[in-house]
Design a binder for this molecule. Structure first.
Ligand SMILES: [Zn+2]
Length: 336
């Protein structure tokens, strides 16, 4: 009996090393562990053993059965694992798609504007959103009690500190720190104490621009603005400059392009004029040069500014500015 158990243990081990398919595994179980298997057959022979031999034989056979069951379980894990993996992958299924984030239309518009001006040699400068009255108004030729201050509804932090109402104060900061020639654009957030409607918001973005050098003329300003507009809105666009007024430029102008909706025919969006304003601009007022320490007898320059949201809305035909702040993914996903 002892020899038989020993021999069977050896056979089982040898046999197990050859099990590498589910069929071989099933045959292994049938040969050794099934009710009519070889281990069961040895248990069957126990009844013919002398009484004193039965305890150790039972113990040995139980041990062999446990070993074989463990062996079977590990074989099953190996064979089953491999074939299971192979069967569970369906190569005909479409791949999983991942959703990548992307820039918001406002950031994207700022990037697009920056890229066009960078190509013309402009650098990018930023300034603080909380400004002093001096930088936001006074240095830009808005003296105290000047009626032009009423053009912009201001959020006051203290009587002398405001949330900047435009990016123009960065002009003064740049001119204080840098000798001409200066060519810089200044993107950033601005704040106005206005009722939020489809057309206006109390927070929006502007891109300011400044060019200062000797012999800068209005022709340089027009050429630069037209180049920008054609790059951004399309080569075939029609444009016009209209005389306007800003305290910090003299003369001042606004630039219009043909209405995107009616192509100049006149519609509700362009208030039947056929034109849409895209930016304000002008020659830097000598008073602004003086407050920034630049000699207006020696230097001239131009400045311009545009609303980023307005720019994005004009280019993409968005009719409600609030859509740009609500972060509705159904809107945001449309603009890559
Ligand atoms: Zn129109």
């Amino acid at each position: 009996m002892k020899e038989q158990i020993h021999a069977l243990r050896q056979v089982i081990k040898d046999d197990a090393s050859n099990v590498d398919t589910t069929e071989a595994l099933e045959s292994f179980r049938n040969t050794y562990l099934a009710r009519k298997g070889k281990i069961a057959a040895l248990f069957e022979q126990m009844k013919d053993l002398p009484k004193e031999d039965k305890p150790w034989a039972g113990k040995e056979l139980n041990a062999l059965r446990t070993e074989t069951e463990d062996l079977y379980a590990s074989l099953e894990a190996n064979v089953g694992g491999e074939s299971g993996d192979a069967n569970s992958i369906d190569y005909t299924l479409p791949g999983r798609s991942y959703h990548f984030g992307h820039r918001h239309i406002v950031s994207q518009t700022i990037e697009d504007i920056k890229a066009i001006f960078k190509n013309m040699g402009f650098s990018v400068v930023t300034g603080p959103e909380i400004e002093t009255d001096y930088y936001n108004f006074e240095s830009l030729n808005f003296p105290p009690d000047h009626p032009a201050r009423d053009m912009q509804d201001t959020f006051f932090v203290t009587p002398d500190i405001v949330l900047r109402t435009h990016t123009s104060p960065v002009q003064t900061r740049v001119m204080e720190q840098q000798e001409p020639p200066i060519r810089a654009i200044m993107p950033g957030k601005v704040y106005r104490n206005e009722v939020v409607t489809a057309r206006s918001h109390m927070q929006f973005h502007q891109v300011e621009g400044l060019c200062v050098d000797t012999d800068i003329t209005f022709a340089d300003l027009k050429g630069t603005m037209v180049h920008f507009a054609k790059q951004y809105y399309g080569e075939s666009l029609k444009y016009r400059f209209r005389a306007s007024y800003f305290p910090f430029t003299e003369p001042s102008a606004e630039m219009d392009i043909t209405c995107y909706l009616c192509a100049g025919e006149g519609c509700r969006v362009c208030k039947n004029s056929g034109w849409l304003e895209i930016l304000g601009c002008g020659m830097v007022d000598p008073n602004v040069f003086k407050s920034s320490g630049i000699d207006p007898e020696r230097y001239t320059g131009y400045a311009f500014g545009m609303g980023v949201e307005r720019t994005a809305m004009l280019r993409h035909g968005i009719t409600d500015i609030r859509l740009l702040f609500e972060n509705d993914l159904r809107v945001n996903k449309q603009f890559y």
